[in-house]
Design a protein around this ligand. Structure first.
Ligand code: BG6
Length: 470
């Protein structure tokens, strides 16, 4: 067991390992700027990386990142953030680096260490922190991927827990910090009309699509070690499944939510090769860092079952891919048709049965589709959506939300060890044993075999984006 940790004490410093990396540049600096604007960032921010940078150079990088992410609309907030920065350069294998970090942390007592570094360095840094006495009364924030299979996740957990207490470890899945995804939990349990239909009696199938219309964006080398199943399905999409499928939490508190989510991963039936369609976009093998004969999937569709009282027999279809037709994420919960066909045009004869649709990105919305009669003598109608658009321009980005929460010791929106491991156990049988990738054209919805996978239960719902004239 790692050090004891008082979960109520806010962190008094933020240490960012990998401060010169891509994640820091694209996500973390803009999040820190947003926190500075909101007045919630008032502790030293210590960047750590291998290169020898001056503080002036680090400040320049931070300003550039914020410019690139949008615009600098609050010079005082930027100056405040820059004034909080400190920098430590050095090799993570060298104990001297951690001694220098100790100096930089000065008299702070409760730092939050954020590992925005390649996973292969996680263990080295965690051990380095422990050996230097920098883990006492501290927190650790770990970026995904948390392991690349069950065994490596277990090994990483063991090492993290030998240095930090479980409630001092914050495993990031940035999807949990998205408003639209938090709303799934809220929408399900803040309303009473859903519960009677939210089960195998009324739900025919559930599908989740996370589509991106761009490729690996220079991350070919990382992608070669991951693939779509590891990159977004075992974590982001499974987290969405858990929120949709979980039982009501037993009490008001996120410990109860964690318990129920973990049970869903435990009830998921382990995948078999025929449950999975793997695709690869044409051109992927020409990306930098990608093998010419790569069998890594850039698209993955799968059929999943949750063997629980509530969901027995209901298929869950998940798909995600790079270079698809749109960039959007959506959930479609399709209901069973009425038991008797009283009208000739009743669903599903002319399309989909009633459904509930959660648009998760690029905008956030909930739609409930129901049939209504056309005016006239005949009993015919069509399916229309009751549409709840949820545009909240003031919302925090996931990284702002999650960094702030971790520094306050609030683990509600992070993943728990048992859940991460149970999710790996579900995908374990197909990580090494699977059908070869099937090529697909960029701009399509992936290989045709994905349509065949879902055919017995209908068809994929392709998110439709309303194009805004510019
Ligand atoms: C990341 C994956 O975790 O999530 C990326 O590594 C993916 O490959 C990204 O593009 C999607 O996140 P978002 O927030 O842009 O939907």
């Amino acid at each position: 067991m790692g050090n004891t940790h008082d979960r109520t004490i806010p962190s008094d410093a933020l240490v960012i390992f990998g401060v010169t990396g891509d994640l820091a540049h694209k996500m973390i600096f803009p999040a820190l700027y947003a926190m500075s604007k909101r007045g919630t960032l008032n502790v030293p921010v210590v960047g750590v990386a291998a290169s020898q940078l001056s503080l002036t150079e680090l400040r320049k990088r931070v300003s550039e990142s914020i410019w690139q992410a949008g615009k600098i609309d609050d010079q005082n907030a930027l100056d405040h953030l820059l004034s909080l920065l400190r920098y430590v350069g050095g090799d993570y294998n060298n104990p001297g680096t951690f001694e220098a970090l100790k100096q930089a942390l000065d008299d702070t007592q409760h730092p939050a260490h954020y590992l925005a570094i390649p996973p292969k360095l996680f263990t080295t840094v965690i051990k380095g922190l422990g050996a230097a006495g920098l883990a006492t009364q501290a927190r650790i924030i770990v970026e995904k991927p948390f392991g690349r299979d069950l065994a490596s996740a277990q090994a990483l957990n063991r090492i993290a827990l030998s240095v930090f207490a479980e409630d001092a470890i914050f495993r990031i899945d940035h999807y949990l910090g998205k408003e639209a995804i938090m709303n799934i939990l809220y929408f399900r349990f803040a309303n009473s009309f859903l519960e009677p239909i939210w089960n195998r009696n009324c739900v025919a199938s559930v599908q989740i699509t996370l589509a991106e219309n761009f490729g690996v964006k220079g991350r070919g080398m990382f992608y070669e070690s991951a693939g779509c199943l590891r990159d977004v399905i075992q974590n982001h999409l499974f987290q969405i499944v858990a929120l949709l499928a979980m039982e009501p939490p037993a009490y008001q508190g996120f410990g109860a939510v964690h318990n129920e989510k973990a049970k869903i991963f435990q009830a998921m039936r382990p995948l078999q090769p025929d449950d999975v369609v793997r695709g690869q976009y044409t051109g992927y093998r020409d990306e930098l860092g990608v093998a010419k004969d790569s069998d890594v999937e850039t698209f993955c569709a799968l059929r999943l079952f949750i063997d629980s009282w509530r969901w027995q027999g209901v298929p869950w279809y998940l798909r995600s891919g790079k270079c698809l037709a749109e960039t959007a994420a959506e959930v479609l919960v399709e209901l069973k048709p009425p038991p008797q066909r009283l009208f000739d045009d009743s669903a599903p004869a002319d399309g989909r049965a009633n459904y509930l649709r959660f648009r998760l990105s690029p905008n956030s919305a909930v739609a409930l589709a129901a049939r209504v009669k056309h005016a006239g003598k005949e009993f015919v109608g069509d399916q229309r959506e009751l549409y709840l658009l949820d545009e909240q321009p003031e919302e925090r980005t996931p990284y702002e939300r999650l960094l702030g929460d971790a520094m306050l010791g609030d683990g509600a929106l992070f993943t728990r060890e048992d859940a991460v491991e149970a999710a790996w156990a579900v995908v374990a049988p197909v990580l090494g044993t699977h059908h070869p990738v099937i090529p697909y054209e960029p701009g399509s919805w992936g290989p045709k075999q994905a349509d065949m996978l879902i055919a017995a239960d209908g068809s994929w719902y392709n998110p439709i984006l309303v194009k805004v004239a510019t």
